[in-house]
Design a binder for this molecule. Structure first.
Ligand code: ZN
Length: 279
């Protein structure tokens, strides 16, 4: 079991609203985890709405804190959640100005990736809630823009979107194609068990690691990542899976014979390497 670099592909840390980087990393380590891929939280979570550069800078700091003080290897993912655009619009900005601000923020995310400070751009995408048609179109334009930036930088994107099935996977894969980004470099965060290439159109599904989703997913293919989307927000306990879930689930499934050690190794090592280029 020890040689499997168990990785949570989407886990947040938040010292303002939760326990913060070190405590979360220690819990993850104690349950058998080895690597955490950490997207920054939105700007309002630290009380400075639209301070996008700071939102990205602080996650770099948390990652360093974890790498310097624990046995966990942490990696940052930087970008702007689609709700940042919605909030800009709600604050009275017109769509054009709001869109330009988001694109400038994404340029900064690309810069951090190119400086090897982060491994991917995300979470980017479009809202899981209802918005105006104009905003929806702009969200799509921005998602495409982020894919183009990722293509230039040679990195992956982590997508936050509405609940997605084959139809959306197909749409995102066409978008990636048009942006010059390889389909597997598009990671669908919070994915259901769409592990068959006929369902995911070559995108990389990052499975929300409930028992049901992982056991359904592994029946079809071993090409997926595992995540919790842990928020580290004490005001929202149980909103998502806890920080120990990915290691515990992986070990439990191996012990029960629901997943082979070989497949677990592929999921946590080969697949992660393919998407992010990290060993
Ligand atoms: Zn998230």
């Amino acid at each position: 079991m020890d040689n499997i670099p168990i990785t949570d592909n989407h886990i947040h840390v938040d010292p303002f609203n939760g326990e913060g980087p070190l405590k979360v990393a220690q819990k993850f380590a104690r349950s058998g985890g080895k690597r955490m891929i950490i997207p920054n939280k939105p700007s309002w979570t630290f009380g400075e709405p639209f301070n996008f550069e700071k939102a990205m800078e602080i996650v770099l700091k948390y990652v360093k804190e974890i790498n310097d003080n624990s046995e966990i290897q942490a990696y940052a993912v930087v970008g702007l959640h689609p709700a940042e655009l919605s909030r800009l619009v709600d604050s009275g900005k017109n769509l054009e100005t709001a869109g330009d601000m988001i694109k400038a923020g994404l340029d900064y995310a690309q810069k951090l990736v190119m400086e090897d400070k982060a491994v991917a751009i995300g979470e980017i995408g479009r809202p899981h809630y209802e918005v105006s048609e104009e905003e929806w179109n702009l969200q799509n334009e921005i998602m495409f823009y982020a894919m183009q930036l990722a293509s230039e930088a040679g990195c992956a994107v982590q997508l936050h979107t509405e609940t997605s099935k084959e139809e959306q996977f197909k749409e995102f894969s066409q978008m990636a194609n048009n942006a010059g980004l390889k389909e597997y470099k598009v990671v669908k965060h919070f994915s259901g068990p769409y592990t068959d290439p006929k369902e995911n159109y070559g995108l990389t599904p990052s499975l929300i690691s409930t028992r049901d989703v992982v056991s359904e997913g592994i029946k079809k293919s071993n090409y997926f990542l595992m995540e919790t989307d842990y928020l580290d927000d004490l005001s929202r306990p149980g909103a998502v899976l806890g920080p120990k879930t990915v290691p515990r689930r992986t070990i439990e499934f191996i012990n029960k014979g629901l997943i082979s050690k070989e497949d677990a190794f592929i999921i946590h090592s080969d697949n992660i390497k393919k998407v992010y280029g990290i060993e």
